[in-house]
Design a binder for this molecule. Structure first.
Ligand SMILES: [Cu+2]
Length: 277
């Protein structure tokens, strides 16, 4: 009786804790309310199954408790029960997976008016790149990485020269403007994660991953690395600042282009100056 009661209390306590708990997601700051929606569906389904299983256990503990003269019956097969459990489990799992597939499709279908922003991870810091006036990001290759060119932009690519490179600063974004977030890593696996954006994606050395989002709330948001990437992993922090248009433009004007940072004003040409006699 005491154990059955304890099980019922566990079920009731879990539901009460869920609704009364002060710990909940940090308020959302992007368009990805759908991500929260899929999580809530999963909570409801797993929560209902959890309560049903625990209450069923309490019922069994009480109903089939030891009594003198009672004998257990061995029943290894039960067609009807197996059929019923298989269908119910399949429906539950499908209901949890299907919304995720729909949201994933939206997560990687970038709207036409999105501007590109590149985020580069390395052990253990974040760098950023915005397209310059031409609206295009130049190409890059890890072989070009050096002190003047921390992101490895192709020195002779005209599209790269006006790219804005932010190495060791914050990334600023304009509120309400969709961005395509392009992710690169210079060394090992990292994962770009801003909890308020409800968006995260692995950064894989040698490839470019992406998703898109629209910031919907101004403020400063922490960037976390969500992929264990070495001893400095917990300190791999950055900041995204979401600002109104005027503040964003003021910040943008203060940023340096790749050409300014690397002292490469024009395409590099091989030249030969004869030594004076
Ligand atoms: Cu990392």
């Amino acid at each position: 009786m005491a154990i059955a009661l304890a099980l019922v209390l566990v079920a009731i306590g879990s539901v009460v804790f869920h609704f009364a708990s002060p710990w909940w997601w940090t308020p959302i700051a992007s368009n990805w309310g759908y991500i929260d929606g899929t999580l809530i569906i999963t909570f409801w389904i797993t929560g209902a199954v959890f309560v049903a299983v625990v209450l069923f256990m309490a019922y069994c503990v009480l109903r089939f408790r030891h009594r003198t003269g009672n004998q257990a019956l061995y029943e290894p097969e039960n067609k009807r029960l197996e059929w019923w459990l298989t269908v119910a489990t399949a429906l539950g799992v499908a209901a949890m997976l299907a919304p995720g597939l729909v949201v994933w499709q939206q997560f990687i279908t970038v709207p036409e008016d999105a501007t590109e922003v590149e985020i580069v991870g390395r052990q253990w810091s974040w760098s950023f790149r915005l397209p310059g006036k031409d609206g295009k990001l130049g190409t890059s290759d890890i072989r070009y990485v050096d002190a003047d060119n921390p992101l490895g932009l192709t020195p002779d690519d005209p599209n790269a020269r006006d790219d804005i490179v932010i190495d060791g600063g914050d990334l600023h974004l304009q509120i309400g403007k969709p961005v395509k977030v392009l992710l690169r890593s210079l060394d090992v696996l990292h994962d770009f994660y801003v909890p308020e954006f409800r968006g995260k994606m692995d950064m894989v050395p040698g490839s470019v991953t992406y998703f898109w989002m629209t910031p919907t709330r101004t403020g400063n948001f922490d960037i976390l690395c969500a992929e264990l990437c070495g001893v400095g992993h917990p300190q791999m922090r950055g900041q995204v600042v979401v600002a109104e248009e005027a503040a964003y433009q003021a910040w943008l004007e203060k940023q340096k282009t790749f050409a300014e940072l690397s002292g490469r004003p024009g395409p590099q040409k091989a030249s030969y100056t004869p030594a004076s006699p």
